[in-house]
Design a protein around this ligand. Sequence first.
Ligand SMILES: [Zn+2]
Length: 169
Amino acid sequence: MHELRPQSAREASLWDAAATVPDPEIPVISIADLGILRGARFDGEQPVITITPTYSGCPAMETISTDVKKAVVAAGFSSPVIDLVLTPAWTTDWITEAGKKALEDYGIAPPQRRETASGPIPISLSAPVKCPRCGSRNTKELSHFGSTSCKALYSCRDCQEPFDYFKVH
Ligand SMILES: [Zn+2]
């Protein structure tokens, strides 16, 4: 269960309708598991869905807004509005464990952090990224910008396969 899913049954069903929407760029992960979906509530009778855009460079918010409205209407709610909230800014820390697993199963190494005394730091700065195919950490970055600017292109020295790494933000 997602930690942000509302308690009340009515709002929870609104959340569930929005939560089914997949990310347009990585369709194996839902916007709930990606951490973009931040809330579902009613303003009087009007359904309000709160979403927080990912960092610039992954501009899919128009598509997501349209898809969320469609999904909510299909679930029986009328005239939904999208509330775009920019602060606090989206971070890869909001990707759920289920979301990270979906990314890895899809062949994208999920964002990795390592806890240090001064707090979590992106693991790519401290240790190699884990290959999503064979699990090896014997990997190297080929390009800091992969198929989209939110991903880096890596190569595995063990299984020889290239893969995308979803960078920490
Ligand atoms: Zn490998």
